[in-house]
Design a protein around this ligand. Structure first.
Ligand code: AMP
Length: 368
């Protein structure tokens, strides 16, 4: 049985104080919900828009228990939450997405095995625990290949590209990734990178936005364009069906993003290969704030509160573009404001360090 919907006035507890938590909090406020944000850093950007805050470490059991008591439902805005933290929270309050969904998606090996077991295409992969394992996996999969740490990787951190013809010292490569347990993936010769941002409720309702086309720079998302260029209706339908199968199999509640590679088969037909699952709202879904009937943040709030999902139709535009403002790029905020049709979002972060996501800009565009 699913729990009754939360009433407006209820409090959502959010673990994590970054821009994603901040935008969830803003969406919650629109619906008359309160938020309580839990983050270890007193300068967290989400605190600016939160009614209540807890500044404590993610493994502070007493602070977690007190936080859980003070809220009606708990969610999170990043996936590298310790397992015990998720369990403590879930013992006290509904945790969406669940601790099990988190466990499956925060380890790349568990995640890829889970996706492959559903019969969904992934890069070929092997578990790698040490230098001998790496040498064996390379012999098995061939090069090029990508070695990734199983946990705590993001924005290209914790991974190494291994190219044919380059000197290869398995021990040195493992050392460069801190000797951590890894996964070796065969290189996918993709045409482009896409994502599906979708939502599922506890009673199985599912809704997805059109696939997003994503361009990265220095391993960080730079631009999202919707609908994703190069995807015909059959490939889009395949991508949405894959996202739904994953969400259903996880018993997922909330918004998730499935990052995929778009590849072409010998007959020139486009297909998707799943790269990874983000068990949270996602950077490639920021365009939905202005570009869709329901933003991904509002959709997440609806899903975790047991409310009906909103429409994911685009509004007012054939295409939508989102540009990330990374590092110093946010310094051009005045010029962006001066251009009609640009929707500026700044995350309230202090210093613009290289690679730091400071904000984003959305534009509603006419047909290509
Ligand atoms: P990830 O951290 O898994 O999202 O990977 C970061 C980026 O590395 C992806 O966005 C791709 O551009 C590239 N990449 C990761 N895995 C593969 C793969 N198996 N084949 C080709 N490119 C990859």
């Amino acid at each position: 049985m699913t729990s009754p919907p939360l009433a407006p006035g209820s409090t959502i507890g959010i673990i994590g104080g970054g821009q994603l938590g901040r935008m969830i909090a803003v969406a919650a406020a629109q619906y008359g919900l309160k938020v309580h944000i839990y983050a270890p850093d007193a300068n967290s950007p989400a605190f600016d828009v939160a009614g209540t805050r807890t500044v404590a470490a993610y493994d502070d059991a007493a602070a977690l228990a007190a936080f859980a008591q003070a809220v009606d439902v708990v969610t999170y805005e990043f996936e590298n939450i310790p397992r015990r933290t998720a369990e403590i929270l879930a013992e006290a309050r509904p945790l969406h997405p669940s601790a099990a969904a988190l466990a499956t998606t925060q380890d790349r090996l568990t995640e890829k095995s889970f996706v492959a077991d559903l019969g969904i295409a992934t890069a070929p992969f092997r578990a790698v625990d040490d230098a001998a394992g790496l040498a064996a996996a390379v012999a098995d999969l061939g090069l090029p290949a990508v070695l990734k740490t199983r946990r705590f990787g993001y924005d290209g951190k914790g991974q190494r590209m291994l190219r044919p013809g380059e000197p290869f010292d398995a021990a040195a490569v493992m050392e460069s990734l801190g000797g951590q347990p890894c996964i070796l993936e065969g290189f996918v010769p993709f045409e482009s990178e896409v994502s599906v941002v979708a939502a599922r409720t506890a009673d199985g309702a599912f809704s997805a936005y059109d696939p997003c086309g994503n361009e990265h720079r220095d391993h960080i998302l730079a631009r999202t364009l919707v609908p994703a260029p190069g995807m015909d209706p059959a490939a889009s339908a395949e991508a949405l069906a894959v996202a739904r199968r994953i969400a259903d199999a996880l018993g997922y509640v909330g918004v998730l993003a499935v990052e995929m590679f778009l590849v072409r088969d010998a007959d020139g037909r486009a297909h998707v290969v799943v790269n990874e699952i983000a068990p949270r709202v996602h950077n490639s879904g920021h365009w939905t704030i202005e570009g869709s009937e329901t933003s991904q943040f509002a959709q997440h709030v609806r899903a975790i509160c047991g409310w009906p999902l909103g429409s994911t139709a685009r509004v007012g535009a054939a295409r939508v573009e989102m540009l990330n403002l990374v590092g110093e790029a946010a310094g051009s905020w005045e010029a962006i404001l001066a251009e009609p049709g640009r929707h500026l979002h700044l995350y309230g972060k202090g210093k613009a360090r290289p690679g730091r996501k400071m904000g984003h800009v959305t534009r509603l565009l006419p047909p290509a």
